[in-house]
Ligand binder design. Structure first.
Ligand SMILES: Cc1ncc(COP(=O)(O)O)c(C=O)c1O
Length: 379
C-alpha cells in the first residue's frame, strides 16, 4: 500500500491549533503501540465515560460492592443496583420489564433466540449488526433479508413468507451503525402489525439521543414492538446493555435464555455508572437534539468543501472516499494530524464505497471542527 507522506510544514501548521480536552490515548490492536488522538469515532456520544459524577457513582459502588459481580444473576450476581437500574430504565421507557446484560452483543443474541427458533422465519434489514446475524443464525430460523430501509421490499417479503403460516420475526435497527441512517420505525411497526408478526428493534445508537427526550425511536410505539435492545456502553458512557419488553416475554428470557442465565452479571460499578448517566440524560432533555445540531453543523461544513459525498442522518457520518487504499491513506493522514477517524472497507461496506466513518460527540468544539475541515481541505 503506498502511503503518501504529508509534508512536515503542513502538519506543523495544523498542529498549532489547540486540541481542547478531546484527546484520548488509543492503543493499536495489532501492535500495541499507543497514541494520544482526538476521538472522532467512539460511541461515547455525550462524553459520559469521562463525567466525574458518573465516575464517582461507579467508584463509590465499587468500594461498597467490589469490582465484579462474581457470578450470574441466578447465583450471587444480582445486586440492588441491578434491580434499581432495571426499574428506572423500564419506568423511563414505559416498558413492563427491562433485563440487563453484560453486553449488547449478548443481549441481541438472547433477544433473537427468545423470539425465534428453527420453526420461525426472520425477515431482517440487509444492514443489521453482526450480533443480530449471529442471533439469527444460532436460533436455527430461516433468514430472509430485505433491502435497507425499503418498506416495499419488507412488505413484499412479508406477503410471500406469511403464506407459509410460520412464526415471523422482523429485525431492524433504529439508527444503523455504519450508514448512520434512521429506520422508518413507525411505518415498519404498522406493517408488522398488519401482518401480525413480531418486531425486534435494536436501539443501540439511538437510546439517549433520538426520539422524545432521548427515549429512542420506539418509545411511543411500545405496544406494537415486541422487544427492543439498548446499550449502556454508547451514549451512557458505561458498559453493558438491556432488553425491554412485556413481562411475559421477559419471563421467557429469564426461564430459558442461556445468554442471560449462564453469564457473569453486569459489573455493579458499570450499572451504577449507567444509573447516574440515566439521571443526567433524564435531567438534560435537550442533549440528544443538541448533539444532532452539532452533527448537522459538521455535515454542512464537510459538504461545503465540495470534495466528498457525505452520508448520515444523525451523529454517525460517513465521508465516502470510494477507493480502499485512498481511504486508508486518509485514515493515516488524519492520524498524523491528531485525529482518530477510522477507514471502513469492504466487506463491512459494499465495494467502491470505502469511507472514513466519524462519530460526532456533544463535547466536540468548533476549534476541533475547524481543524478537521482544514485537514480535509488539504488532503
Ligand atoms: C447496532 C449495534 N448493536 C449492538 C451492538 C453491541 O453492543 P455492545 O458493544 O454493548 O456489545 C453494537 C456495538 O457496537 C451495535 O453497533
Amino acid at each position: 500500500m503506498n502511503f503518501k507522506k504529508i509534508p512536515a510544514n503542513r502538519i506543523r501548521k495544523l498542529r498549532t491549533l489547540s486540541l481542547g480536552k478531546e484527546k484520548y490515548t488509543f492503543c493499536d490492536l495489532n501492535h500495541g503501540s499507543s497514541k494520544e488522538l482526538i476521538d472522532l469515532c467512539s460511541n461515547d456520544y455525550f462524553g459520559l465515560s469521562r463525567d466525574m459524577d458518573v465516575i464517582n457513582a461507579a467508584y463509590d459502588l465499587t468500594i461498597k460492592e467490589g469490582l465484579g459481580s462474581g457470578s450470574s444473576r441466578f447465583i450471587s450476581g444480582s445486586r440492588p443496583i441491578h434491580a434499581l437500574l432495571e426499574t428506572n430504565l423500564s419506568e423511563w421507557l414505559k416498558q413492563e420489564k427491562v433485563l440487563l446484560f453484560p453486553s449488547g452483543f449478548q443481549a441481541n443474541i438472547a433477544a433473537i433466540q427468545t423470539l425465534a427458533d428453527r420453526n420461525s422465519i426472520i425477515i431482517a434489514d440487509k444492514l443489521i449488526h453482526n450480533s443480530l446475524l449471529v442471533g439469527a443464525q444460532t436460533s436455527g430460523s430461516k433468514l430472509i433479508r430485505f433491502l435497507h430501509n425499503d418498506l416495499s421490499d419488507l412488505e413484499k417479503k412479508l406477503s410471500k413468507f406469511s403464506l407459509l403460516k410460520k412464526s415471523i420475526l422482523v429485525v431492524v435497527e433504529s439508527l444503523y451503525s455504519m450508514e448512520g441512517s434512521i429506520a422508518p420505525i413507525k411505518e415498519i411497526s404498522k406493517i408488522c402489525k398488519r401482518y401480525d408478526v413480531k418486531l425486534f428493534v435494536d436501539e443501540a445508537h439511538s437510546i439517549g439521543i433520538l426520539g422524545h427526550e432521548g427515549k429512542g425511536l420506539c418509545n411511543k410505539l411500545t405496544s406494537d414492538i415486541t422487544m427492543i435492545s439498548g446499550t449502556l456502553g454508547k451514549s451512557f458512557g458505561s458498559g453493558g446493555a438491556f432488553l425491554a419488553c412485556n413481562s411475559k416475554v421477559a419471563d421467557q428470557i429469564i426461564q430459558t435464555c442461556g445468554a442471560f442465565r449462564y453469564t457473569t452479571a453486569l459489573a455493579p460499578s458499570l450499572a451504577a455508572g449507567a444509573l447516574k448517566s440515566l439521571e443526567k440524560i433524564q435531567r438534560n432533555k435537550t442533549w440528544g437534539k443538541d448533539l444532532i445540531s452539532i452533527a448537522d453543523k459538521w455535515k454542512n461544513e464537510i459538504s461545503k468543501l465540495n470534495k466528498f459525498s457525505i452520508k448520515g442522518d444523525c451523529q454517525i457520518l460517513s465521508i465516502i472516499i470510494g477507493d480502499e487504499d485512498k481511504t486508508m491513506n486518509m485514515q493515516r493522514y488524519l492520524e498524523e494530524l491528531g485525529f482518530l477517524a477510522i477507514g471502513i472497507r469492504p466487506p463491512t461496506v459494499p465495494s467502491g464505497q470505502s469511507r472514513i466513518r466519524i462519530t460526532i460527540r456533544r463535547t466536540l468544539n468548533n476549534e476541533i471542527l475547524e481543524k478537521f475541515i482544514l485537514a480535509l481541505k488539504n488532503f
